[in-house]
Unconditional design. Structure first.
Length: 263
């Protein structure tokens, strides 16, 4: 190797000249440490100073797709932005719910579930979506037949987030189910069943937030603001529910850049 190259690529270990047999062939696998080191030196000396990559220009014709999500939430429709007083009251109510849940968690966890309640395993995404939303919402059945009497058929209407159910959920399960429902909500409409479960899961979410949970709730708040902005019928009950989730994420969980700021 040239002296200039040796300056750029200094030897980490001292390697002296190797006494090799006259029949040394660098093309065959080395048989001794000396032959191996000599072969490395020969290959390094043969490396070109500059290497040019061969790029197929046909692969560059298609422009890459870059997904960029806005950092904040979309503003509420005119006349539907919640007041600061309302937001503060919702945070206070939510805090009281969380305290009560933590205080009585062991009691509710010890209660027997009804025979028709079978909680899915944590990794069963489809099972949890059907469990929380019910087959009617999950399968997007808009109308029920007139002679159908649902009664308490929770398989069809979804199980409500009863304390006896959510108290049994570990933090890992809470985060997983939250992720499943937010993923579903990313392409579907907002429903009362979804709203109840989102509120309950947020109430079960422990602080300080883990990075995964932090990202999830921010994604949830932004999605709520998107649905709210596209709400054409101005359904006050639905907008209020969306406002509530945005409020809790931004003001209770300290994601202030997502908060609705009354003018």
């Amino acid at each position: 190797m040239e002296a200039g190259m040796e300056e750029l690529m200094p030897r980490l270990l001292p390697v002296g000249d190797c006494d090799l047999a006259e029949d040394f062939d660098p093309t065959v696998p080395p048989r001794t440490p000396q032959e191996y080191l000599k072969r490395v030196q020969i290959e390094a000396a043969r490396c070109p100073d500059v290497v040019v990559a061969q790029i197929d220009p046909r692969k560059l014709k298609k422009k890459p797709t870059v997904n960029i999500s806005i950092s904040g939430c979309q503003p509420a429709p005119e006349g539907y932005c919640p007041t600061l007083k309302w937001q503060q009251q919702q945070v206070a109510n939510f805090s009281a719910v969380r305290q009560s849940l933590n205080k009585h968690r062991n009691h509710w966890r010890s209660q027997h579930l009804d025979s028709n309640v079978t909680m899915p395993k944590s990794e069963d995404e489809e099972g949890w979506k059907k469990f929380c939303l019910g087959e009617r919402v999950y399968s997007e059945i808009d109308a029920l037949s007139d002679n159908e009497n649902l009664g308490i058929d929770y398989i069809k209407v979804g199980f409500p987030p009863l304390l006896s159910i959510v108290s049994r959920m570990s933090q890992a399960t809470v985060t997983s189910v939250l992720e499943y429902l937010i993923s579903w909500f990313g392409e579907k409409k907002f429903t009362p069943e979804l709203g109840r479960w989102l509120y309950a899961l947020l109430a079960c979410l422990e602080k300080p937030l883990l990075p995964e949970a932090h990202s999830l709730i921010r994604q949830l708040a932004r999605r709520c603001s998107e649905v709210r902005a596209l709400e054409e019928s101005r359904n006050e009950e639905q907008i209020s529910a969306l406002n509530l989730i945005i409020c809790l994420v931004s003001r209770y969980f300290d994601q202030r850049d997502l908060a609705d700021e009354p003018s």
